[in-house]
Design a protein around this ligand. Structure first.
Ligand code: NDP
Length: 420
């Protein structure tokens, strides 16, 4: 029995909300709130027509403004807030949760919308010097809320999507059941799906293109090693998908796993990209279309990457046209009972199966299902403790069980091919 406020109604949110409705014993009442309320109303009508027992309502909110979120929380009085809007809103929503005394859950760590903001930039430059990676997003902003959430007796669960999210749960599961010591972790994110467009991103284009056009980095012997964008390429033969090119990227769970599993010697993250995607992205970057700095165009200010977003297909619309499978997981090496061990834990998800079930493609599906699971564990009290946490900091077993139950079954391969 719980009352949940979901902020955002895009690709990921639509899956998370539909999955909450499949788990109606846990989520009895749910408010869908976003900037564009018409999307929330359309989803509510779809779910009601399908006969959901969850009592649904909708609202409009500008989550960039803490007072707006506070007003909404005070009027709806939820037990928890699931933020599936954008990373730009993480801090305003966390502030509102603290003010209204409710638990907070999200799927992506904070990054600023305006990376030219001098106040943010000064803190960023200092972090780049101290930590040694240049990505715009990092956990420091949200980890800074630790004492406030602890003192309030509230839980903030950060990054409960697939990666980050499930990949960190896989790590906690491997550490609990398979290893005495984990030595290396390779996180492999393969999207073998084809949507038939020359170029489209499978989640929010602005966030996605910022992430993949940035420098890569990995964690080795307690420090960051940074690479140029797409500098490190490997080829891997993914179960149920086949052979794909994959590239080393910076990714947020490396930061949390490096902190929480200090004995691990190396943590890397690889994502697959086709040559056509990379060529399009390079071209857009070269002409300035990935820039987040405003430019004047015919007398008005526009942000190039936001304009590009308006031209690209809406990720939520890719569902009907995307065929193929994703395979996301982690390869671990280490020791158990004095012997060398290696395992690969992964999930395979079929784009068309996701579309048949919920009308979405697999990227939104693989993120929205874990968003529901993390939220369910917090509201049921199984993952509730005061402070700010990532998904590797709790007992992984109930989460792993729910992945099987809610559409993301996983496999443990005890003799995988390693990435060199
Ligand atoms: P979308 O762009 O599809 O949806 C974002 C939603 O947030 C939209 O409904 C949008 O409203 C709403 N929104 C944006 N700004 C505001 C605001 N100021 N106030 C209220 N609502 C707002 O994004 P996705 O669904 O693809 O991604 C959602 C989140 O999931 C992102 O944070 C993304 O980084 C994360 N993610 C995490 C992954 C993981 O594995 N951990 C993988 C993929 C995504 P409107 O309709 O008006 O635009």
């Amino acid at each position: 029995m719980s009352r949940l406020l979901v902020i955002g109604c895009g690709g990921v949110a639509q899956v998370a909300i539909q999955k909450c409705c499949q788990n109606s014993e846990t989520f009895t009442e749910l408010c869908i709130a976003s900037r564009t309320e018409s999307k929330c109303i359309a989803l509510k009508e779809k779910l009601e027509a399908a006969g959901t027992p969850v009592k649904l309502s909708t609202a409009t909110v500008n989550a960039d403004v803490t007072e707006d979120v506070v007003k909404l929380i005070k009027s709806y009085e939820p037990d928890a807030v699931l933020n599936v809007a954008l990373p730009y809103q993480d801090l305003t929503i966390m502030d509102a949760c603290l003010e209204c005394h409710v638990d907070y859950i999200d799927t992506a760590n904070y990054e600023p919308e305006d990376t030219d903001d001098p106040e943010w930039r000064a803190i960023y430059e200092k972090r780049v010097q101290e930590k040694g990676f240049t990505a715009y997003f990092d956990y420091s902003w949200q980890w800074a809320y630790e004492e406030k959430f602890k003192a309030a007796g509230l839980t903030a669960l950060l990054g409960t999507g697939f990666d980050p999210g499930v990949t960190s749960v896989f790590t906690a599961y491997a550490a609990k059941h398979y290893f005495d010591e984990i030595e290396t972790i390779d996180i492999l994110d393969c999207n073998g799906g084809d949507h038939g467009y020359p170029f489209a991103t499978n989640f929010n284009p602005e966030i996605n293109l910022r992430e993949v056009s940035a420098n890569g980095s990995y964690w080795e012997d307690g420090r960051w090693v940074e690479t140029r964008p797409m500098e490190i390429k490997r080829v891997y033969n993914f179960p149920e998908v086949g052979e794909k090119d994959m590239y080393l990227l910076h990714h947020e769970e490396i930061e949390a796993l490096g902190r929480n599993f200090p004995g691990v010697k190396r943590i890397r993250f690889f994502m697959t990209f086709g040559q056509s995607y990379l060529t399009h992205m390079k071209c857009l970057e070269n002409v300035g279309m990935l820039s987040t700095s405003p430019v004047m165009f015919e007398g008005r200010e526009i942000v190039p990457i936001q304009f590009l977003k308006a031209l690209l297909p809406d990720p939520a619309s890719l569902g009907p046209r995307t065929v193929g499978k994703t395979n996301i997981g982690c390869i671990f090496t280490g020791k158990k009972d004095g012997k060398e061990r290696k395992i690969y834990i992964y999930n395979v998800c079929d784009h068309q199966e996701c579309y048949k079930e919920l009308g979405s493609q697999a990227i939104s599906y693989t993120t929205g299902v874990p968003a529901m699971i993390g939220t369910a564990l917090v509201v049921k009290g199984l993952w509730k403790k005061p402070g700010v946490f990532t998904t590797d900091e709790f007992d992984p077993d109930p989460y792993m069980e729910m992945l099987n139950e809610y559409g993301l079954p996983w496999v443990v391969d005890e003799n995988p091919v390693l990435v060199d």
